[in-house]
Design a protein around this ligand. Structure first.
Ligand SMILES: [Zn+2]
Length: 396
């Protein structure tokens, strides 16, 4: 029987030496990850973070209300061709960075369309956003959309749930309706929580009593720990650092990582060197959360999700090499560092992403390209932010 062999494997986040498993063809990689990286929070339609050099916001609400965007977000989201192309590029970038599971918020039609037309895709959690704001869906709108596309969401590699934007942008009725819809879908629910401001009490009062038995993924959870309430927590170190110049002081209560803005900062697989620098004493804890942690957040299988590198684990963790091979559910989707069937490299996808953002600026913007931080800036900002930690009580 043919086998895949590796010198080093990161298996469910644990590092082991000498690895072998049945595989369709005899193959050897210096390093393999099984499963690959998980990215549990992404806005695939975001092309502009409103980033300004040196500017830091106190919390997400201040950012939402005072940021200066160069591109009209609602118009990007409303352009189904553009917004689905952006989601497709986010999927390719994820795979090329070894990220085998992604969770998309944003517009359901666009993200589904991307999944249908993409040559290959990671495991996908679709959490369409509901928000009390002009141009966004309510749970009722979402219910209609899901009904319309219900045949397309029956896919073993896909899970459908709901993303409630935030407590401040939801009425009590929206919260309850969203939780009810999530229960009917038997899916997970995600929500931005405690992103620079404590929201634990409010969440406990307004949402928790309705959500018994529902899988809840809190995103950011910078100022509170929610694990005692049974919530999972997707931490987004890159955007926390870029927006607030602060990080959580420890990973207690964090169950996975999200990139938030894949087009501007990359995905978990690409961010791993920076995350390790920020939380360096706990390498095993980072690797667990960055890989299988996200699968556990959303109750997804990781069978057949493998990433192979022609280089040492040290080089992977320093960001010096990219995956040679990626398989999702046993199907090879990246081979020799290229998307199978398209021949796209990481460099190609990043270039196409920048061109697509330029198109968005031309169509729906003020003519100025949004700031896209360099890799060095992202690493430096994450490391600097880790020196300004938010410390939470160990037992919250
Ligand atoms: Zn977000």
């Amino acid at each position: 029987m043919p086998v895949l062999e590796a010198d080093i494997a990161v298996l469910r986040g644990r590092i082991i030496e000498g690895f072998s498993m049945p595989f369709p063809v005899d193959t050897f990689y210096e390093t393999v990850f099984m499963p690959g990286f998980s990215d549990t929070h992404m806005h695939p339609q975001v092309v502009d973070g409103g980033l300004e050099p040196g500017r830091a916001w106190r919390n997400s609400y201040e950012w939402l209300n005072t940021r200066q965007l160069h591109v009209d977000e609602a118009k990007v989201r409303g352009d189904i061709g553009l917004s689905s192309r952006l989601a497709e590029l986010a999927m390719y970038r994820a795979l090329l960075e070894g990220t085998t599971l992604v969770a998309f918020t944003g517009r359901l039609e666009a993200n589904l369309k991307a999944k249908l037309r993409a040559a290959v895709s990671p495991r996908l959690v679709l959490l369409p956003t509901v928000m009390r704001k002009e141009g966004w869906s309510t749970p009722t709108d979402l219910r209609k959309t899901i009904e319309r596309y219900k045949n397309y969401v029956q896919d073993s590699l896909l899970r459908l749930g709901v993303f409630v934007h935030s407590l401040a942008y939801s009425s009590d009725k929206m919260l309850v309706d969203s939780i009810r819809l999530t229960k009917q879908l038997r899916g997970p629910i995600g929500i931005h929580l405690s992103e620079g401001v404590s929201e634990k009490q409010q969440f406990s009062a307004r949402a928790l009593p309705h959500a018994r038995g529902v899988r809840i993924v809190a995103v950011h959870c910078l100022n509170d720990s929610f694990n005692d309430l049974g919530l999972r927590c997707s931490s987004c170190p890159a955007t926390n650092a870029l927006l607030y110049r602060r990080l959580r002081g420890s990973l207690d209560g964090v169950t996975s990582f999200g990139s938030d803005w894949p087009h501007l900062v990359g995905t978990t697989g690409g961010l791993i060197p920076a995350i390790i620098k920020a939380y360096s004493p706990d390498l095993g804890g980072v690797l667990y959360r960055a890989t299988v942690g996200g699968y556990e957040d959303y109750g997804m299988s990781w069978r057949g999700d493998i990433v192979g590198y022609d280089g040492s684990l040290e080089d992977v963790l320093r960001g010096k090499i990219m995956p040679s091979m990626v398989s999702v559910a046993g199907n090879i989707v990246v081979s020799e560092g290229e998307i199978v069937g398209l021949g796209l490299t990481h460099r190609d996808v990043v270039r196409e992403t920048v061109e697509t953002i330029r198109y968005a600026v031309d169509m729906y913007g003020d003519g100025t390209m949004p700031r896209i931080p360099s890799r060095e800036e992202i690493v430096r900002t994450i490391v600097e932010s880790s020196l300004n930690p938010i410390l939470l009580p160990r037992k919250a």
